[in-house]
Design a protein around this ligand. Structure first.
Ligand SMILES: Nc1ncnc2c1ncn2[C@@H]1O[C@H](COP(=O)(O)OP(=O)(O)OP(=O)(O)O)[C@@H](O)[C@H]1O
Ligand SMILES: [Mg+2]
Length: 273
């Protein structure tokens, strides 16, 4: 059984798709057969990587109405994700308020039938220093613990809106420290990409950017000095993310034969033998 990664936080623009992009690029550079499912209004990763590697599930207005109605259509849509999680090998980028619906489904649909205690799942939750993103992010981590108590939970501090050092004495920092100490939470950071040329590179695959040289950057319209400086910054940034993410991908592709328990998982109780 392969693992799955879910990238989620219903706050928009916190870096879910960029994190998913880093994960896919790292997997490709390592020769791992990762497939991505992106829930987005418009294709993002699917446009860059093609439908073989990234399946785009469109968040249209009709889809939002279907979700909001909460009827049979809602359950039919989400019932398909159980077998997908059981099969593994995929990353789900839950853009556009998707994760609230996933939790609503999971909490009443016996997700443990497919995932057991969730030990083959990794939930990655990007946050920025923006208060709303911290609130939805921490609430998301707590909801994960309810539906998948054995899952790995990773808080991804995205420095794109400002440094996390400014939150040192905050309620957030205290709760985070407690979760790291007592609840096995992992924390990684995704620094802001400060390369002068980043804006020109956002439409490129990061696995390809990782192998570009100065001439490639110049061909994209950068002056040689800008290209040289960008190369240094981007290379460091990519390498840091690859190092932080590779252990989770390696774990995901470690095959296990663990059988899925047929009966509901009892949280916090050992089975008598
Ligand atoms: N660490 C970072 N360095 C540079 N750019 C970043 C960083 N984090 C996010 N961005 C940029 O901010 C924008 C929003 O990020 P992204 O699209 O990944 O967010 P999202 O959580 O997927 O949003 P949505 O909820 O709308 O799907 C993108 O243009 C992305 O490239
Ligand atoms: Mg996105």
């Amino acid at each position: 059984m392969l693992g799955s990664i879910l990238v989620l936080n219903d706050r928009g623009g916190v870096g879910k798709t960029l994190l998913s992009h880093h994960l896919l690029a790292t997997a490709l550079l390592e020769g791992m057969p990762l497939r991505v499912v992106e829930y987005e209004v418009n294709e993002r990763l699917a446009r860059l990587f093609g439908p073989e590697l990234v399946e785009h599930r469109r968040i249209s207005q009709d889809f939002v109405n279907l979700m909001g109605a909460g009827g049979d259509g809602f359950f039919e849509f989400w019932d398909n994700i159980g077998p997908e999680l059981q099969r593994g090998g995929r990353l789900f980028d839950f853009g556009g308020n998707i994760s609230q619906w996933f939790f609503s489904w999971a909490e009443v649909s016996g997700i443990d039938y497919y995932i057991g205690d969730g030990s083959r799942l990794t939930f990655m939750v990007p946050v920025t220093v923006d208060l709303a993103s911290l609130q939805t992010g921490m609430a998301t981590l707590e909801r994960v613990a309810v539906i998948a108590p054995g899952a790995k939970r990773v808080l991804v501090e995205n420095g794109n809106s400002g440094p996390f050092t400014q939150l040192e004495d905050s309620h957030y920092a205290k709760r985070k420290a407690e979760m790291v100490e007592r609840e096995n939470l992992s924390v990684i950071s995704m620094p802001a990409c400060t390369a002068p040329a980043w804006a020109r590179l956002t439409g490129h695959r990061l696995d390809q950017v990782a192998t570009m040289n100065r001439n490639d950057f110049v061909k994209l319209g950068m002056s040689p000095p800008v290209a040289s400086r960008s190369l240094i910054v981007i290379y460091e940034w990519l390498r840091g993310m690859q190092q932080a993410l590779l252990p989770y991908l390696t774990d995901m592709f470690r095959t296990t034969t663990a059988a899925i328990p047929a009966s509901p998982v009892r949280i916090g109780r050992n089975k008598a033998t």
